[in-house]
Design a protein around this ligand. Structure first.
Ligand SMILES: Nc1ncnc2c1ncn2[C@@H]1O[C@H](COP(=O)(O)OP(=O)(O)OP(=O)(O)O)[C@@H](O)[C@H]1O
Ligand SMILES: [Mg+2]
Length: 258
């Protein structure tokens, strides 16, 4: 079981869209995939036409309130099937924010989420994909520490390279000071629009600041916005569309990295 986190402290960069579509692409390639939504907004479930529920909160709180170790049966009751075979979700909601505060008060260590993974290993998932909130610290940092790979999802319509540099700095601290053993899979630029000079410039900045670490961009596409509003992945909405092809390609590249 390999875990991949999609993150950026900046909001609205396409993290959730990337998680659900890459998750669906992997599921269609016959991988068993669990999406873990550590964002209290609960958008991963909503984007799949499911209810945001307190699955992540229940999962993370178990060891705070119970003396018995977390079992596979415990976690299984909080996992939901999606409309795609092989694609499952441990949904999140506002409860996750309360858990985050509790973790801070109790000064839980950075390995806290990783220590909650063993029951999931018995469920034979090939991939865990973490969707995260637009912030740093707390659960975000714990999820990054639990991940084998990090994908920084950055929108090309603002100063992308600055935001990415901050995040890369945080990963370096995790590696140097907290012995994180994962690695950066790469930077995924989104909202690419070749008609706009800013996005072309931002893309060039990223490629020069992070050589060989930038994935081919996901174009800005109305179809993606419509699909998430309808609770569909791009593969359910239009599997032959450009964003479907683009997300499929990223999924294939990620499989080769872990
Ligand atoms: N490539 C794209 N083209 C057009 N719209 C997109 C694209 N990617 C995402 N969107 C839309 O932009 C909005 C924000 O995307 P998304 O929710 O994936 O961002 P996010 O990074 O998860 O946001 P947050 O930081 O709030 O969690 C959504 O309405 C989504 O449908
Ligand atoms: Mg999101």
């Amino acid at each position: 079981m390999k875990s991949i986190i999609f993150a950026n402290q900046k909001g609205g960069t396409g993290k959730t869209t990337s998680v659900i579509n890459i998750g669906d692409a992997l599921a269609r390639a016959e991988k068993r995939v669990l999406l873990v939504d550590v964002d209290p907004q609960g958008h991963a479930a909503v984007s799949l036409n499911l209810d945001p529920e307190g699955g992540v909160a229940n999962w993370l709180l178990h060891s705070v309130f119970n003396t018995t170790p977390l079992s596979t049966e415990d976690v299984n009751q909080w996992i939901r099937k999606t409309h795609q075979e092989n694609l499952f979700i441990l949904p999140g909601n506002q409860m996750t924010a309360k858990v985050q505060r509790l973790m801070a008060i109790e000064e839980k260590p950075v390995n806290y989420i990783r220590d909650c993974l063993p029951p999931l290993r018995h469920m034979k998932f090939d991939y865990l994909l973490f969707d995260t909130s637009p912030s740093t610290g707390g659960l975000q940092e714990m999820a990054a520490w639990a991940a084998d790979l990090v994908v920084i999802v950055t929108s090309l319509d603002y100063l992308s390279a600055d935001g990415v540099s901050n995040f890369v700095g945080m990963l370096k601290l995790l590696a140097n000071e907290k012995r994180w053993s994962g690695k950066l899979a790469g930077i995924l630029p989104t909202f690419f629009d070749e008609q706009t000079r800013t996005t072309r410039e931002q893309m060039a900045n990223l490629e020069s600041a992070f050589p060989d670490q930038v994935f081919a961009p996901i174009h800005r596409a109305t179809l993606l916005r419509e699909a998430s509003a309808e609770g569909l992945t791009i593969f359910q909405k239009d599997p032959g569309s450009r964003p479907a092809v683009e997300y499929q390609r990223i999924a294939s590249q990620l499989v080769k990295l872990v």
